[in-house]
Design a protein. Structure first.
Length: 188
């Protein structure tokens, strides 16, 4: 397994819809294993293939809840359904999230409280994930990556302006910028 470089917000692969996976090959299995390792080293709770420069509809996830229950897996060619959003502004203490493609920062973002995700696993079996809370947030965040959307693209105008200032200051708004978890030190 290998740790892969994570692309930063200005890279075009992060802003384009990913292609479906036609066949689960040894290359796909290796990619998924490398994505798990990269996510763990970063550390993160999810990682989508476009974040490591691969425009395919795959993401991995890993989360341990407050009761120390582990939840880990991958999903290929996911389809996402969400419960309607609760109206109102996001709670900065409970609804903030970050992203490995905009590292070191967190911003409040309202997400649906419940989701259903369908897709396949590495063995080609159908997967059905029905979750709520933080797990639902992870599913939505990673799914967005597959459609070329970063969470910072969904922020309100005030936070969006802050994101732009940070990106300019750090030189992140251009193609080809990446970082290697476990090796690179990023400001933030």
């Amino acid at each position: 397994m290998a740790v892969l470089p994570i692309r930063i917000m200005g890279d075009p692969v992060l802003h384009s819809p990913a292609d479906p996976v036609d066949e689960i090959t040894d290359e796909i299995r290796t990619l998924v294993a490398d994505m798990h390792e990269t996510m763990d080293v970063a550390p993160g709770v999810g990682l989508a293939a476009p974040q490591v420069g691969v425009g395919l509809r795959i993401y991995v996830y890993s989360y341990v809840d407050d009761d120390e229950n582990p939840w880990r897996g991958e999903i290929i060619n996911p389809v996402l359904w969400m419960a309607p959003l609760e109206p109102g502004a996001p709670d900065p203490d409970l609804e903030s999230e970050g992203c490995l493609s905009f590292p070191g920062e967190r911003f409040p973002l309202r997400r649906s409280e419940r989701v259903l995700v369908l897709g396949t696993d590495l063995e080609g079996r159908q997967v059905r994930i029905e979750v709520d809370g933080w797990r639902a947030r992870i599913m939505q965040h990673e799914f967005d990556h597959l459609d070329g959307i970063l969470y910072v693209d969904r922020l309100d105008d005030g936070d969006w302006k802050t994101v732009q200032k940070i990106a300019r200051k750090r030189g992140w708004g251009r193609p080809g910028v990446s970082w290697l978890p476990g090796v690179d030190h990023l400001e933030g």
